[in-house]
Unconditional design. Structure first.
Ligand code: AHG
Ligand code: MN
Ligand code: MN
Length: 341
């Protein structure tokens, strides 16, 4: 074959990538393949509903009523239940927890309990759906710490540094599945004609420094002075450091962090006088994204300590989030710690 071959060098599906990744680790049991495959199936089912969101008013609600006449479910509830149902029977998990449910989600009695724990934000940025803005699903996997039987709170309340895998799905102009098992961060784009995720972003590496900051600046008046000074610094003119930075804020964390991972820069959701711990949830949002960003060469803190080293004490606790390129995070920390003014 000539070197001008029209074929891509390699066609790698998500499935192949996971299996080949597992094979390269001696002792791997293949459990991740099943787990991640379950997540990718759930993602495709959610995507199918998300793409119909704009048609609800045109098609009416009848086609989306079930036989018992229940009214249409909110998409985040749909996503929540779809993920649970795609994962509850596989035998890999002993417990799940989701942003949409106050309590732990146990595995039904007729299915086996496995050795992993799944935490997820079924639909992140759901307030953006009606405006056709990118939203997504975020997930996080831990190994259980209890020996057997149904998983407990102890299995769930682990530090983020104990994650064994994390990922997110983006429902945007295309659908993407991004994951890491600690060996690089890899992105796949759905080819809708065949229903397969194909490797499109191999081994994502964040730029060491960017020129974009992302924060809800409407809250500025409630921020600590150090935070106000940091953002003011980013807006000052200085050619050498690429300032002023550009401001970008989608309002869907998963999309803002995805952009930050590809283009570099920083995303902040600080605490403020009204919400001292900010808005984002440590277990479903901050930890999985911090795990991915670190695996791509970036960093994340709550302003004081590394996000992944925070000991969670309750399922739905919130934590401030600073996440981004290594150099941007270094400068942000200097401001937040009062070493720069
Ligand atoms: P969710 O839709 O899962 O509740 O998350 C919403 C979050 C997050 O996606 C986003 O970054 C943040 O809310 C935006 O908050 P503000 O509107 O306060 O900026
Ligand atoms: Mn969210
Ligand atoms: Mn959500």
């Amino acid at each position: 074959m000539s070197s001008q071959t029209p074929f891509p060098a390699k066609l790698i599906t998500l499935e192949r990538h996971i299996i080949e990744g597992e094979r390269s680790h001696p002792g791997a049991t293949g459990e991740f393949s099943g787990l991640l495959h379950g997540m990718s199936l759930a993602a495709k089912l959610v995507w199918r509903e998300v793409t119909k969101a704009g048609l609800v008013n045109i098609l009416g609600r009848t086609d989306r009523m079930n036989i018992s006449g229940d009214v249409i479910k909110k998409l985040d509830e749909f996503a929540d239940q779809t993920i649970y149902k795609a994962m509850d029977h596989l035998g890999h998990l002993c417990v799940m927890a989701s942003e949409e449910n106050e309590d732990l989600l146990h595995i039904p009695e007729n299915y086996p309990n496995g050795k992993y724990v799944l935490l997820y934000d079924p639909l992140d940025g759901s307030g953006n759906i009606d405006a056709n803005v990118t939203i997504g699903t975020i997930f996080s996997v831990y190994r259980r710490v209890t020996a057997s039987g149904p998983g407990t709170m102890e299995d769930v309340l682990q530090q983020g540094n104990q994650q064994v895998a994390a990922g997110y799905v983006l429902f945007g102009s295309s659908m993407m599945f991004v994951y890491s098992t600690g060996h690089g961060v890899h992105g796949f784009t759905l080819d809708p004609s065949v229903g397969e995720f194909l490797l499109s972003h191999e081994n994502i590496q964040m730029p060491r420094k960017g020129t974009i900051y992302s924060v809800n600046e409407g809250n500025e008046g409630r921020w600590a002075p150090a935070m106000q000074r940091y953002i003011r610094y980013l807006k000052e003119e200085d050619k050498e450091t690429g300032r002023p930075y550009s401001s970008r804020y989608v309002g869907s964390l998963v999309a803002d962090v995805h952009r930050t991972m590809l283009y570099g820069g920083i995303y902040c959701y600080p605490g403020d006088t009204k919400n001292p711990n900010g808005k984002l949830r440590l277990m479903y949002e901050n930890n999985p994204l911090a795990y991915l960003v670190e695996a791509a060469g970036g960093a994340s803190t709550n302003g004081e300590k590394r996000t992944l080293d925070i000991q969670p004490t309750s399922l739905h606790e919130r934590a401030p989030l600073f996440i981004g390129s290594a150099e941007d995070m270094r400068i942000a920390q200097e401001f937040l710690h009062g070493k720069r003014t």
